[in-house]
Design a protein around this ligand. Sequence first.
Ligand code: GRF
Length: 202
Amino acid sequence: KRIAILISGRGSNMGAIIAACMDPNFPGEVKAVLSNRPDAKGLETARRYDIAAHAVDQKDFASREAHERAVLDVLGAVEPDVICLAGYMRLLTPDFVRRFEGRMINIHPSLLPLFPGLDTHARAIAAGMRVHGCTVHYVTERMDEGPIIAQAAIAIEPGDTAETLADRLLRAEHRLYPHALKMMLTGDVRMVNGQAAYRRRA
Ligand code: GRF
């Protein structure tokens, strides 16, 4: 299956997906990486792996819709089966989301539905949580909602700061994202009537 990854920055989750796809048994290949910011570090990483890396700078477009049309032009040529959002920091229009419904997934650094939005690590600490985690979910029209595919939890240790917690969680993200993507690519999970449906194992 053909995978496209949308990023805005560092692209470490993108890197984890690319690395997973190097295993010949992985059921997908990364065909393109696209960033809404031309200075995203992840673009360089993708190019080092010989993956087509496109910058579609949002500053070059007058509106969200115009920018998305340019993104769609790139994706139209890539013909991805699946789109992975990996630190893509721009809201997508309902139109865009609907077009890829059931085929677009995102990773969010919290145990959703807790802590949608930004600053999740600091908010989890401030709330006195003893666990934190990450979620891979289908993208639907409402930000950070959408049916959950898989989650991983880690402990919040005394003395953790937003930074130490984020670093530790990132390692869990790098394991979770390829795992959830694989489930989706193999059909072990599908989106049915707005819910994640899992294949029963014999
Ligand atoms: C990750 O924490 C991810 O969960 C969130 O944005 C961050 C992106 O990091 N959506 P990276 O660009 O994958 O390194």
